[in-house]
Design a protein around this ligand. Structure first.
Ligand SMILES: Cc1cc2nc3c(=O)[nH]c(=O)nc-3n(C[C@H](O)[C@H](O)[C@H](O)COP(=O)(O)OP(=O)(O)OC[C@H]3O[C@@H](n4cnc5c(N)ncnc54)[C@H](O)[C@@H]3O)c2cc1C
Length: 239
C-alpha cells in the first residue's frame, strides 16, 4: 500500500520504519521535523507514565522495552543506553503495575537510595513525591536531563525561569553533593494526553486512516509496540 504518515515524531517515525519493513511505500508529512517535535524534548526514558488503558499500554510498553534493549545491545549507534534507575517513595508502595515488563525489576536496597549515600550519576532517579512537584535526573549519552513539571492544562511552550529554578532545587538532593552543573539549555514540551491512547483504524470510503496518538508521557515507551500494532491494522485492511 502507499501510506502517508502524518507526523514526524517518535510515533510517526517508528510506524514508518515498521511499515517499510512490511513492504509498504511510505511518505512522512509533518509540520515540524526533528529537532522541533515533542519527541525531541522528551527525556526519552522507558517508563509507562500517564498513558492508558493499562492492559493495552502494558503490551505496547513491554514490546518496546524488548526492541529498545536489543537496539542498545546490537546497534550502539542508535544512541540507546541501558542504565539502571531508581524510583523513590516516602511510604510503602506496592510494586508498579508494569513490573513484569522489566526483567531486572527489584526493590532498591536502603544503601541505593539517594538520601542515604551520594547517588552515582550513571543511573536515572525519579522522585514523584517530592515537595512542590516531581523531580527526575536522567543521564543520557551526551547530556543529563533534570526535570520536571506536570501542569495539566498549561499549553505554554515558553521556558519559565521560576519553573527552572524549581527543577534545580528539587533535583539537587538527587545529585551527588557539590555537583557542578553546566546548564546547556531549557526545554519545554507538552504531553498531549487523553483518557486512553487512540490506536484504531477508521475507514473513510476508499481510504483507511489508522490513528496512533494520545500517549501522554509515554510516547517513546510505547513507540515500537504501537508501531507494530499499526502495521497489523494496515495489513488487516490491505486489499
Ligand atoms: C518534558 C517531557 C518529557 C517526556 N519524557 C518522556 C520520557 O522520558 N519517556 C517517554 O516515553 N515519553 C516521554 N514524554 C512523552 C513523549 O515525548 C511523547 O509521548 C511523544 O514524543 C509523542 O510522540 P509523537 O510522535 O506522537 O508526537 P510528536 O513528537 O509531538 O510529533 C508530532 C508530529 O506531528 C506533526 N503535526 C502535528 N500536527 C500537525 C498538523 N496539523 N499537520 C502536520 N503535521 C502535524 C508535528 O509537527 C510532529 O512532526 C515526554 C514529554 C515531555 C513533554
Amino acid at each position: 500500500m502507499f501510506i502517508v504518515i502524518l507526523g514526524g515524531g517518535v510515533s510517526g517515525l517508528s510506524c514508518g520504519i515498521r511499515l517499510l519493513e512490511a513492504g509498504h511505500s511510505v511518505e512522512v508529512w509533518a509540520r515540524e521535523l526533528t529537532p522541533h517535535t515533542t519527541s525531541d524534548v522528551a527525556a526519552a526514558v522507558w517508563y509507562p507514565y500517564r498513558a492508558w488503558p493499562q492492559e493495552r499500554v502494558i503490551a505496547w510498553a513491554k514490546r518496546t522495552y524488548t526492541v529498545l534493549e536489543s537496539l542498545a545491545r546490537e546497534q550502539p549507534s542508535a544512541g540507546i543506553l541501558s542504565v539502571p534507575g531508581v524510583e523513590v517513595f516516602r511510604r510503602h508502595v506496592e510494586d508498579p503495575w508494569w513490573r513484569d515488563s522489566v526483567p531486572d525489576f527489584r526493590r532498591a536496597r536502603a544503601d541505593e537510595l539517594p538520601r542515604v549515600t551520594p547517588p552515582p550519576t550513571d543511573r536515572f532517579i525519579f522522585d514523584d513525591e517530592c515537595e512542590h512537584g516531581i523531580a527526575y535526573v536522567i543521564p543520557r549519552a551526551h547530556d543529563c536531563i533534570l526535570g520536571g513539571t506536570v501542569e495539566e492544562g498549561n499549553a505554554s511552550l515558553v521556558p519559565d525561569a521560576e519553573a527552572a529554578r524549581g527543577i534545580l532545587a528539587r533535583t539537587a538532593p538527587l545529585l551527588p553533593p557539590g555537583a557542578q552543573l553546566n546548564v546547556v539549555e531549557h526545554k519545554v514540551g507538552l504531553r498531549p494526553g487523553r483518557p486512553t491512547v487512540r490506536l484504531e483504524a477508521e475507514v473513510f470510503g476508499e481510504r483507511v486512516v489508522v490513528h496512533d496518538y494520545g500517549h501522554g508521557g509515554a510516547g517513546v515507551t510505547l513507540s515500537w509496540g504501537c508501531a507494530e500494532e499499526v502495521v497489523q491494522l494496515v495489513s488487516a485492511h490491505a486489499r
